[in-house]
Structures are given as structure tokens and as C-alpha cells.
Write a protein of this length. Structure first.
Length: 798
């Protein structure tokens, strides 16, 4: 039991950073804080009594009451020694527990208002047996972990009262500050004794385990020494017999490599088992060669080699900006990813997939991420991989077996936490025999890849520290389960302004360096760069742009080498034509004039945004619909839906119903060798069909995109940015889009939308009002109604 004494005193206070003082405990400590030394001086000038209390946080320099524990010890300063460095060494004896009611800092000294706590000794049988149990346990603890202080406490315990048993034991236990404070605040005797017994029991278990491990280690060392002696004897016998010891030397070398590789326990056990097999084999046998190669792979893997991550976000942003122009959204997402990793202390998280057309910087972006993190970078390409074994490895039973690309890449990196770029993941080849994308499911799953097993190694390898970055031109070819494991970050094509900046800031300086030129020798006018972009490249990225600029540099270098006079060159549009030849025909430009039955659609391919010409022809027949241009199933269905809408709305469109039975309709999309698919061509298809039947020309400055329904609604499409870039390249001034895509315009840079009239429409009639010279409903009579149709079989293309 305990009694809160009514006596309340105000005494000097000494906050302790780490140590917890108990009643009956005599201990020295150092005092360095000025306020603490003033409090100590005041105690010495009065009755030498001072209240000692422990801080909750040892790093707080000027603790307030909230920074101190509620209970401490009132005791007496026995001795003080002032040291040359200005600090004071004091000897203190704890006397009685006390509760801190209020603390203050007056005249630069700590004062405390405290309530004294008086403890009563329990006389119950349960308490006495508990005291005896604690004494016996501490006696065993002292014998197991010998220490002079503990031996002294053990002697004092024989005569100490039950109240002091726990307080004498607590200071010499290997427990933390919080646990000691918990004992100090345990005012009930039974509770205090049970706590100290619990802490001692934990310490005893730990020390017993350490003692057991120590004995096992000693036995292992003894066994190892015995084996070494026997091996030395065996070597001597072999030498006397005239036998070579090359095999033994190889085994020793491999054994050392296994030790130095610091493999996981299970892997090392497997390696040593294989080493024993090797020692029993003939060195020249084929089986020995297989085992030898296997061991070489095991010891060369970076099981425990790891680079230190650099999570400096400012540096990461700087690295990304140095290596890439634009791509702000992508950079922002990568910096966010690194920020989360910094907070968590690891990069375990979603697998990033950079999706976009060729030449937009996917691979170089992955290199920049590795540079920003100070990690090793390694790249593996999956383009055309058709066998699962190329990823998971071949089993060792096959001749010439090797690990898969994942393990090979990690060995090449020399680190178990590199940035591993998996390039062209959308180009994996799938067949009924093998599906390599299924093998990638385990690799790219953060919940499973910590136990990745290669068929060749046949041991688990932890891939959880590897930062996987995948690249793809299009996500449509990636299987749904694999795509679900990745966070897709889309990289759209560059605008002309961005390409000019990239050429000036990155490509031209790099090409100068590659061709041995300095800035003064070769300069480019901005107009020359723009001419290369407009007339010689037609791409979403900048790969062809770099190729063409490199060609110009080679022409200039050739001219400089041939010429005796070394003069500086300025590249102008005229010189561009001279170096690169005839400009490429602009096949994605708009038509010269309005035409009937011709509409311009917009699509997205793996190369970026493209314009898509739609032609519709009418000819005598029986209402047959023909589709050409290598159209996919979805686009064919879209064309049929467009034709059905026109037929169902013939009256509104002023089209004679008889025409549908007496005319064949032929829909063609040029560049017949190029496969085309997708639903977003519905709007240009329906516009071209209406134009062909009504003979109303389509405006040549209009490009359009949108999926249509049988009710005439225009629904949402994807890839709006790429399509607007294609419209801009094609010199179209008006772009018709679904009204549901208006929200996406906020994400598109102004330099793309500037100069474009973007018209959002709800339905087909709204689109026809914009795309046609006038709406068919304004016609006074149905088109060609009552006219005799030619029957000679000639084809009329409109």
C-alpha cells in the first residue's frame, strides 16, 4: 500500500536526461546546465535536499513541466566536486518518492513543488512469497551475468525490507529508461514486485539464449578446427602420394567466395551442399562443370550489396530538368513517388510503366531516375521475347542452361537495389505454347517478388528492393493482369515549340560534341530547326529530329574538312534543304478545298497522334456496304453503326429512302497496308456518309473525333492531347470533340490549343452543323429523289 503524505514542499529540482534514480540508491552524476547547477548550489546552501526527476525526451535543453515525468525522488546531495571544464560531479542518495505538482524556473534555477509519497510494507503471505521469489530470481540472474554492482545488491537484499527490494534491483537491470520509470511510478508494493519479476524473467531468457548460442559457437569453432586439421593431414597424404591438389585448391577458393558473398542462410546451405558434390566429382567431368558454373552464378550475385538511396527531392527535380525538357506532369509524379519513398524509408510501392510513342524520352527518363537516386541502372528489353525461360531461366538439366534476364540483369548491375528498366513490355510475344507475360506477373508484384525463384538458381531471390520501371508504346497489347500491377504514366508527343527547345538545349549540343564541333563552328537558326521539324520529321518524339540534325552536322563536318579555310557555319532553312534534300510530302495535311464524301478523322497509334482520312463512295447496286483499308473489328462495327444512323434519320437529312436500296456504299480509309481500329472514327465516318448522300461538301479545315451511338450521341474518346497535336501538325483550324472530353482540355498545354477552335458537341447533328457547308435539313427537297439511276455498272466516286 501507499499513502500520499499531506506534506507538500518546495525544493530545488534537478532534471535528469537519461538516468532514473530510485530510493535507497546512491549514484554519481554530472551536472552541466546552468539552471541545474544553480539548483544544486541552493540545495547545498539549505539542507542539501533536492528533487530529481527524469525528462521524457533527453534532447530537450530547457524542460518545462510537460517535458518531465510526474514522479521522481527526493534525496540528499552527499558530495560535490567542481571540474575544470565547468561541470559539476555530484554524489546523490535517493530517499523518498515524490509527486511533481508544479515546476518553475526562478532566478535561473529549477524549483519544484512536490507531494511526498510514503509507502507501507505489505504483511500478506502473497507479498512475502513474491519477495522471496524475486530474491531467488535475482540471485540466479547475478550468477548468470556476473557484475560487481549486482553482487553488491545481492548482499544488500538479504537484509533489505520488502519495500526496498524492487528499488535496489531496478538500477542494475538491463532495461530501458521507460521501464525503469514504470517501476518508479508503481506505488503498490505487489505491482512493483511483479513488474521487476517480469523484467528479470525477460532478461534471464535473453541471457540463457545468449549462453546457449555462445556454447554452440564454441562447439562449431572446435569442429571447424578439427576439420581444418584433417584437411591439412589429407593434403599431406596426397602430397606424399604424388597427387595434385588442384581440386582441393578450387574447393577452398569456392568456399571462401561463398563466405564472402554473404548469402541468405538457405542459399548458403544449398551452395555448400553443391560444393560438397563438386569435391566428390572428377574435375574434368561434365557434371563438375555444371556444378561449377552454378556455384559461380551463386557467388557472383549481389545478395547483400546495396547502394545508399538519395531522397533529396530538390536534387531529383534538378536532375530531371537537366535531362528532359517539358514532361511536367510526369516529373511531378516521379517526384511525388520519391517523396513517399523518402517518408517510408523504402521504394517499395507501385511499379511504374512509362507509356508513350517512340522518342519521347521514356528510357532516358528511367536513367535520370537512377541518377537522381544514386542507384545503379540496368536495362533489359522484352521485345520479341517468346519463351518464359528467357525471364525465369532454364533448368540446369538442359545443356548450356543459364539464368533468366532478371537474374542476369541484377548480376550485371552488381547491386540488389538497382533501377531495372524493363523496355518494350508491350512487345512480349504470346503463343499457346508459352506466355512470358505470365512470368512477369510474379516479378512485378510487390507482394510476391520478395521470393522470386529462377529456374536455374532454384533458390529464392528478394526483388523487393529493385525499382522496376517498364516502358511501352501502347498499353493495349499488355495483358490485363500485368497492366493491373503497374501504374501507367503516359508521355504524350511533343509540340513544335517543345521540339525546338529540346533541339536547341539538348540535341544540337550533343550532336556538336559527337562530331567534334564547338559552338562557334556550327550554329542553327531557329527557323532552320523549325524547317527540319515541319518538312523532314513526322513524329511524336524527337528521334528522327536528332537523326536529321546529325545528318546536317556530318555534312558540315565534311565541308569543313575539305575546305582549307576553316570558317564558322550558320545553318539556315536554305542550307537545311541543301543538306537533307527534297522535303517529305505532308500526307497528314488538310485538303486544298472542300470535298464531298471526304472527312478527316483523328486517331492515336503507337507512334502518337495521326490524322485519318475517310473516303465514302456511292455506286449503283443493291444497298451493299463495303469496308476497305485494313479496318479492325471495332472500326467496322463503328462504320456499320454510322450507316444505320444515317438510314434511320434519312427523312431529317433529306435523303430519299430508295437510295439505300439502289446504291452500294464503299467506305475506304487510305494507307491500306496500315491496320486501323478503334471506335473514335464514328464521327468522321458519319459525316462522310451524310456528305456523300446529300452532296454537301465537308469543310476542309475541320478535323473530328468521337464515338457515336445509334441514337446519335457523341461519346467520350481517349488520347485527346495526341489527336490535337496531329490536328495542329495537319494545319486544321477547327477540331470537333465530344462534350464529355471538355474536362480534359484543362490538362492540355495552351501552346497546343492556341490557334485551334475546339468545338465540343453533344450529338451528330451538332457535328454536322460544324463540319458540312450547311446542314442537310436546310435542303428544300430530298437528295436525288425521283432520279433514274444509271444501270451500266459504272462506279461514281464522290
Amino acid at each position: 500500500m501507499f499513502v500520499a503524505n499531506a506534506e507538500i514542499r518546495t525544493v530545488p529540482m534537478l532534471p535528469m536526461r537519461e538516468e532514473v534514480i530510485f530510493p535507497g540508491m546512491t549514484t554519481p552524476f554530472f551536472v552541466g546546465r546552468k539552471a541545474s547547477m544553480e539548483a544544486l548550489d541552493r540545495a547545498l546552501s539549505e539542507d542539501r535536499h533536492i528533487f530529481v526527476v527524469t525528462q521524457r525526451n533527453p534532447n530537450v535543453e530547457s524542460p518545462k513541466q510537460s517535458d518531465l515525468y510526474e514522479y521522481g525522488v527526493l534525496g540528499k546531495v552527499l558530495q560535490v566536486m567542481r571540474l575544470p571544464n565547468g561541470t559539476v560531479k555530484a554524489l546523490f542518495e535517493g530517499e523518498q518518492r515524490a509527486q511533481l505538482l508544479e515546476s518553475s524556473l526562478e532566478r535561473n534555477e529549477y524549483l519544484a513543488r512536490i507531494r511526498l509519497i510514503e509507502l507501507e510494507e505489505g504483511e500478506e503471505d502473497g507479498v512475502r512469497s513474491l519477495v522471496d521469489d524475486v530474491r531467488k530470481m535475482f540471485d540466479e540472474y547475478t550468477k548468470l551475468v556476473k557484475n560487481k554492482a549486482r553482487e553488491e545488491v545481492c548482499k544488500r537484499l538479504q537484509k533489505a525490507s520488502s519495500l526496498l527490494v524492487a528499488d535496489l534491483i531496478a538500477p542494475v537491470l538491463d532495461i530501458g529508461r521507460e521501464q525503469k520509470q514504470q517501476l518508479l511510478e508503481a506505488l503498490e508494493l505487489r505491482h512493483r514486485l511483479e513488474l521487476v519479476r517480469q523484467f528479470m524473467r525477460s532478461e534471464l531468457e535473453i541471457n540463457r539464449l545468449e549462453d546457449k548460442l555462445k556454447k554452440q559457437v564454441e562447439e562449431q569453432i572446435s569442429r571447424s578446427q578439427k576439420e581444418t586439421y584433417l584437411q591439412d593431414q589429407l593434403r599431406s597424404i596426397q602430397k606424399e602420394l604424388g597427387q595434385a591438389d588442384d581440386g582441393q585448391t578450387e574447393s577452398e577458393e569456392m568456399d571462401q567466395k561463398i563466405t564472402e558473398a554473404k548469402m541468405p542462410e538457405g542459399v548458403e546451405e544449398e551452395a555448400r551442399k553443391e560444393l560438397k558434390k563438386l569435391q566428390m566429382m572428377s574435375p574434368l567431368s561434365s557434371e563438375a562443370n555444371v556444378v561449377r558454373n552454378y556455384l559461380e552464378w551463386l557467388v557472383s550475385m549481389p545478395w547483400s550489396k546495396k547502394t545508399q538511396d538519395n531522397f533529396d527531392l530538390i536534387r531529383a527535380q534538378k536532375v530531371l530538368d537537366e535531362d528532359h525538357y517539358g514532361l511536367d506532369k510526369v516529373k511531378e509524379r516521379i517526384v511525388e513517388y520519391l517523396a513517399v519513398a523518402h517518408l517510408r524509408g523504402s521504394l517499395k510501392g507501385p511499379i511504374i510503366c512509362l507509356a508513350g510513342p517512340p522518342g519521347v524520352g521514356k528510357t532516358s527518363l528511367a536513367k535520370s531516375i537512377a541518377r537522381a537516386l544514386d542507384r545503379k541502372f540496368v536495362r533489359m528489353s522484352l521485345g520479341g521475347v517468346r519463351d518464359e525461360a528467357e525471364i525465369r531461366g532454364h533448368r540446369r538439366t538442359y545443356i548450356g542452361a543459364l539464368p533468366g534476364k532478371i537474374i542476369q540483369s541484377l548480376r550485371k548491375a552488381g547491386s540488389n537495389n538497382p533501377v531495372l528498366l524493363i523496355d518494350e513490355i508491350d512487345k512480349l510475344y504470346q503463343s499457346v505454347i508459352s506466355d512470358p507475360s505470365a512470368a512477369m506477373l510474379e516479378v512485378l508484384d510487390p507482394e510476391q517478388n520478395n521470393t522470386f525463384t529462377d529456374h536455374y538458381l532454384e533458390v529464392e531471390y528478394d526483388l523487393s528492393d529493385v525499382l522496376f520501371i517498364c516502358t511501352a508504346n501502347s498499353t493495349q497489347q499488355i495483358t490485363a493482369p500485368l497492366l493491373d500491377r503497374m501504374e501507367v504514366i503516359r508521355l504524350s508527343g511533343y509540340t513544335e515549340l517543345e521540339k525546338v527547345r529540346i533541339a536547341e538545349d539538348f540535341i544540337i549540343p550533343r550532336q556538336r560534341k559527337l562530331h567534334g564541333l564547338i559552338a562557334e563552328q556550327l550554329r542553327f537558326r531557329k527557323a532552320a530547326v523549325e524547317e527540319v521539324i515541319r518538312s523532314y520529321t513526322r513524329e511524336a518524339g524527337v528521334r528522327n529530329l536528332e537523326r536529321e540534325l546529325g545528318k546536317i552536322c556530318r555534312k558540315v563536318v565534311t565541308q569543313l574538312v575539305r575546305s582549307e579555310e576553316k570558317k564558322n557555319m550558320m545553318v539556315t532553312p536554305k542550307l537545311v534543304h541543301k543538306c537533307l534534300g527534297v522535303p517529305h510530302p505532308p500526307r497528314d495535311r488538310k485538303n486544298d478545298h472542300n470535298e464531298v464524301g471526304v472527312a478527316m478523322g483523328l486517331g492515336v497509334t503507337s507512334l502518337g497522334g495521326e490524322t485519318m482520312l475517310v473516303e465514302v463512295g456511292l455506286m449503283p447496286g443493291g444497298g451493299k456496304l463495303s469496308l476497305t483499308g485494313k479496318l479492325g473489328d471495332v472500326m467496322q462495327e463503328s462504320a456499320k453503326a454510322a450507316y444505320s444512323w444515317v438510314r434511320s434519320n434519312a427523312e431529317l437529312l433529306r435523303i430519299d429512302h430508295k437510295l439505300f436500296k439502289k446504291r452500294d456504299l464503299h467506305i475506304h480509309l487510305p494507307e491500306g497496308a496500315t491496320p486501323k481500329d478503334g471506335p473514335s472514327a464514328g464521327l468522321p465516318l458519319i459525316t462522310a456518309i451524310v456528305s456523300a448522300f446529300t452532296q454537301i461538301p465537308v469543310r476542309n479545315e475541320v478535323a473530328m473525333t468521337g464515338e457515336i451511338t445509334l441514337r446519335g450521341h457523341v461519346t467520350e474518346i481517349g488520347g485527346l492531347k495526341e489527336k490535337l497535336l496531329a490536328a495542329r501538325r495537319g494545319m486544321f483550324s477547327t477540331v470537333v470533340i465530344p462534350v464529355e472530353n471538355e474536362k480534359d482540355l484543362a490538362e492540355i498545354p495552351a501552346e497546343i490549343t492556341d490557334g485551334l477552335r475546339i468545338r465540343a458537341v453533344h450529338n451528330v447533328n451538332d457535328a454536322l452543323n460544324i463540319a458540312l457547308e450547311h446542314h442537310p435539313a436546310l435542303l428544300e427537297v430530298p437528295t436525288t429523289a425521283g432520279e433514274e439511276l444509271p444501270t451500266d455498272g459504272t462506279e461514281t466516286v464522290v
